[in-house]
Design a protein around this ligand. Structure first.
Ligand SMILES: [Zn+2]
Length: 215
């Protein structure tokens, strides 16, 4: 099975991917890792990848697509894969769909963890971390908190949790990847899950969806 998982930055799709991997027998496939592997191993036939990465350019969609399916073939097309962060745009989705037309017997699932943008922003920007023990707090839930409840050290906000950073990532996702989600929805290929809930409740729904479908 190919399980593509989607969600706005901060939707918790990374956490759910980890849980899915543990509960079922899934291999995590990341196009970023595939590109790094090729470059580090200096694989023949892929020299042009070096140029894009060395110059800080985006690797063209058709090359990523080729790389993705080559890796699937090498690892074994009959296994279960979870893919997070790909396809990132409509062109990548179209290339994947075109390739899948020639492959029979593969179950494909597109899972979208749907979250309210404002709730994500509120949750992320309220997060504070202890600079000593790493404990995580939420200043919305713990309004008077000044120092770590466990060790008394100062709390800080990670750069990634700042409003401008998370807002920018969400906006980018909306521009590039929301069209993918809308297209899948139009074609009745999208399974949506309410992501504005506790991690475990979301995961329970995912288990119900995957049970019986995963080899
Ligand atoms: Zn602490």
């Amino acid at each position: 099975m190919l399980l593509f998982i989607y969600g706005l930055p901060g939707s918790g799709k990374g956490t759910q991917s980890e849980l899915i991997k543990k509960e079922f027998n899934f291999i995590h496939l990341s196009t970023g890792d595939l590109i790094r592997d090729i470059i580090n191993n200096k694989r023949k036939g892929w020299e042009e990848l070096n140029g894009y990465v060395a110059n800080g350019q985006l690797v063209p969609d058709d090359i990523i697509n080729e790389l993705f399916f080559m890796s699937l073939n090498e690892k074994g097309i009959d296994k279960n894969y979870i893919i997070d962060g790909y396809p990132r745009n409509l062109n990548q989705l179209n290339l994947i769909i075109a390739k899948l037309k020639n492959l029979t017997g593969i179950e494909v699932m597109h899972l979208y963890i749907r979250c309210d943008e404002e709730k994500i922003i509120k949750r992320i920007t309220s997060r504070r971390i202890c600079e000593n023990c790493g404990a995580i707090f939420n200043i919305e839930l713990d309004k008077d908190i000044q120092n770590c409840k466990f060790c008394g050290a100062k709390l800080y906000q990670r750069v990634d949790d700042q409003y401008s950073v998370i807002k920018k990532r969400i906006d980018e996702y909306k521009i590039k990847t929301l069209p993918v989600i809308n297209r899948l929805k139009e074609e009745n290929l999208l399974i949506e899950i309410d992501g504005d809930r506790e991690v475990n409740n979301i995961f329970m729904d995912i288990i119900l969806i995957l049970k019986g479908k995963v080899k």
